[in-house]
Design a protein around this ligand. Sequence first.
Ligand code: KG4
Ligand code: ZN
Length: 361
Amino acid sequence: MVVLGIETSCDDTAAAVVCRGGDGGCRILSDEVWTDYDDHAAYGGVVPEIAARSHVERLDLTIEKAIRASGLSFDEIDAIAATAGPGLVGGVMVGLTTAKAICLAHSKPLIAINHLEGHALSARLTETAEFPYLLLLISGGHTQLIWVAGLGDYRRLGTTIDDAAGEAFDKTAKLLGLGQPGGPRIEAAAVKGHADRYDFPKPLERRPGCDFSFSGLKTAVREATQSMTAPNKRDIADIAASFQYAAARHLAQRTERAMEITPTDEGSHRLVIAGGVAANGVVKSMLGSVCERNGWTLIAPPVQYCTDNGAMIAWAGAERLAANLAPPIAEALALAPRARWPLAPPPEGAAIGGGRKGPKA
Ligand code: KG4
Ligand code: ZN
């Protein structure tokens, strides 16, 4: 089963072709990602309008490269999968409309993919990650703990009540004048820093459940930075390292809580991580320690499949196609892009965050 995947929900323009074998194994035939941070550099963050225009300019070529690199023709592709949300709606619209046009032109099924499902299944591209497993999804827009019982069967255990983890890395980098993308810049700056110089807060330490919060951490970083008239390189490295340590400790503590309430009678002690922040070495090593302490296995996909990519969208499409979950073409063509699209309903009584961008359910 061969699927072309298209991803345009944020600033990455991505397309890939993957093949799902009869045994459920995956072969990535091509994987093209076009990211240009310079487009947004002057604004200190992703500008939705600029991102949407870049997708318009680059998507055709990115798809063409992915098809060419796969060694296949459109005739040999069984279906097209495209991110239909959640994300920046202008970008999602570009990807989904392009996918619809290809499907009409080549008479292929179209599978609309929830971007979060793409991340949720991304480990299965390269690793043996059998259902069920506990998923820690840590990206620029989301921070969630999800029990992945099977394809399309997701139970949310916790979410952020304010900023997402990646957003916290990006805002901290901006505050420290490190530029974007914030996560890798913080990680690089922190290498020479002392993580024990600042004792940043432990968010929600006494709160039950496994929700996350990063806004207090952000405030603490701002206060530490503004307490100095002109922070030098060493100060910046120390703040970056202390922030990274505090963020990783928070992610690890809440994940350990989730392990306690996870339905392990279903036979899984697997923790899968996904999303851009899962590329972070300190985050990974702290989660590794939590797993070791609790007898769990950590499954961390390669960095290129943690951050946004087309292969995870193609793969989610292939899994849906194999499970006969591809909708009839008329239904697929009628689908509208969605800025918000929760992967799983919140648990009863769960906190839903406010924040500048509204509820992050
Ligand atoms: O999954 P992703 O590529 O896009 C979203 O769906 O949001 O995640 C992007 C986020 C950004 O906030 C970026 O700063 C963060 O992931 N990130 C990292 C690292 N690499 C990317 N955060 C911490 N450490 C990293 N090495
Ligand atoms: Zn993402």
